[in-house]
Design a protein around this ligand. Sequence first.
Ligand code: UFG
Length: 327
Amino acid sequence: MATVLVTGGAGYIGSHACKALAQAGYTPVTFDNLSTGWQDAVRFGPFEQGDLLDRACIDEVLARHRPDAIMHFAAFSQVGESMQNPGKYWRNNVWGSQNLIEAAVDAGCMDFVFSSTCATYGDQDNVVLDENSEQHPMNSYGASKRAIEDILKDFGAAYGLNHVIFRYFNVAGADPDAEVGEFHHPETHLIPLMLDAIDGKRDALTIFGTDYDTPDGTCIRDYVHVCDLVDAHVLGLKWLEGGKGSKVFNLGTGSGFSVREVVNHSAAVTNQKVPIVEGDRRPGDCTRLVSGSTRAETELGWQPKRSDLPTMIADAWRWHRLGHYEK
Ligand code: UFG
């Protein structure tokens, strides 16, 4: 049974990836410093607590588990915070990733799946965002991820490190069995904040900006279900195992929804009113981020199954009511 080191395996996407890997017959070893993750979310394989800034610790874990591949999710990922504290993003995301990539090459672990983001594209009005689009990140989070993509390309060329880079659009939803789900502290993402507002855990959802150049004035995003997203990662791993070489894939559905549309869908799915307040724009937010690529479908054979908005919101709502973690 092949072993996969999953950095950030105690986090939202990483924990779903561990479940998908275990279901596909792999042993997922979680490597996480628990700065934003939850030990309670590590349910599908061994856990190693450690920090990517500690190279010796990475080396030890690689020597102990001898993984066949690495899936690298661990990162700080808040667009707004990255604008206020860019050093945190450059140090943790870029330096930590460089440590991991160097350690992987030194250990001979040459299949690497990386969690990148559509935030590397930035705002490009009227441009179809596909994998060949120019990358002009508008925030330090996106810039840090682009830098890691560059490191991977260089290490691919120099040492033959095979890598699949996934540029995610907006990840949403939760495991339909509610074994794992989205649980950030503090929460910054639209759908969980809206569910909090619906059940009274917060007063209202603030809509960040109503004067964007979009039909209803609010930002447009392409939402993809976390379970579909991690299914693509398993396909990416098989792609690497098949010796198909390094490749970049967008992961989005190609359909954009405004913040107000997400609010309306949430009201319909939960059958409750969403209390909203209209606020200022959030620094670093792009107007519109929608994938214009079908490469993951055509080349990886990826078929999103739960990425329609009502299903994503319903799964998030189920987790919101049933699931939680203890540290
Ligand atoms: N939004 C609000 N109010 C809130 C929270 C969010 O109006 O309280 C809006 C944002 O302005 C944005 C949209 O809802 O227009 C989605 O915001 P999220 O914070 O849920 O997601 P982001 O688009 O900022 O970021 C997410 C991931 C990033 C990824 C990015 C790509 O967190 O890792 O998607 O768009 F890079």
